[in-house]
Design a protein around this ligand. Structure first.
Ligand code: ITT
Length: 199
């Protein structure tokens, strides 16, 4: 069965292929880029779950196939949960990972480690063309470093050190990150739902 991956973020796509294959999903995963005529979805929701559902519904409706979507971001305690749903465009331009990360580090300045708590959040949504929907969430808690480290991953990975780790997410191998990540948790929880509703 064809399953649409309702995202254009290359980092997410790489991770989702690995997470879903490891979880035993055998569907034919087709990215949103395979449908260039479908316009980008306006993320007007105020939560990760709302935005994930908006993206999944838009692609399911437009393609006639079941679609799964990821909405995710970094929530910093001392910033009241920001950048949160605005993580992809924190510095202005959408998807400029380096600028987003640099701005966030500048905003935190030299605030001490106990005040640098943050977590990654991911909402994983499934939508069917008939309007059926499900959404589940996952988190990865940690502390923000004072300088980036590591070359794996994407986004804010070089500055988030997961709780109990000595390395940043960008220093973990992709398999190590997926085993503990917000995205790994959310999509591993979504797999049985896909099995039930899509087959
Ligand atoms: P799509 O909407 O096409 O899926 P997007 O990049 O716009 O792509 P989001 O609105 O969900 O997706 O923004 C997610 C942002 O949160 C992403 O650009 C990163 O900056 C950050 N982020 C999410 N998951 C991350 C992860 O695992 N590691 C590092 N940063 C992450």
């Amino acid at each position: 069965t064809r399953l649409i991956l309702a995202t254009r973020n290359a980092g997410k796509i790489t991770e989702l292929h690995a997470i879903l294959a490891d979880a035993g999903l055998t569907h034919d995963l087709v990215g949103a880029d395979a449908y260039p005529d479908i316009p980008d979805v306006k993320e007007t929701g105020v939560t990760f779950a709302e935005n994930a559902l908006l993206k999944a519904h838009a692609l399911a409706r437009a393609t006639g196939h079941p679609a799964i979507a990821d909405d995710s971001g970094l929530c910093v305690d001392v910033l009241g949960g920001a950048p949160g749903i605005f993580s992809a465009r924190w510095a202005g331009a959408h998807g400029n990972d380096k600028a987003n990360l640099d701005l966030l580090l500048a905003q935190l300045g030299d605030i001490s480690d106990p005040h640098r708590r943050a977590y990654f959040a991911c909402a994983a949504a499934l939508a069917l063309p008939d309007g059926t929907e499900r959404v589940v969430e996952g988190r990865l808690e940690g502390t923000l470093r004072h300088a980036p480290a590591g070359g794996y991953g994407f986004g804010y990975d070089p500055i988030l050190q997961p709780e109990g780790e000595t390395r940043t997410c960008a220093e973990l191998t992709p398999a190590e990150k997926n085993a503990i990540s917000h995205r790994g948790k959310a999509f591993r929880a979504l797999v049985p739902v896909v099995r039930e509703l899509v087959g």
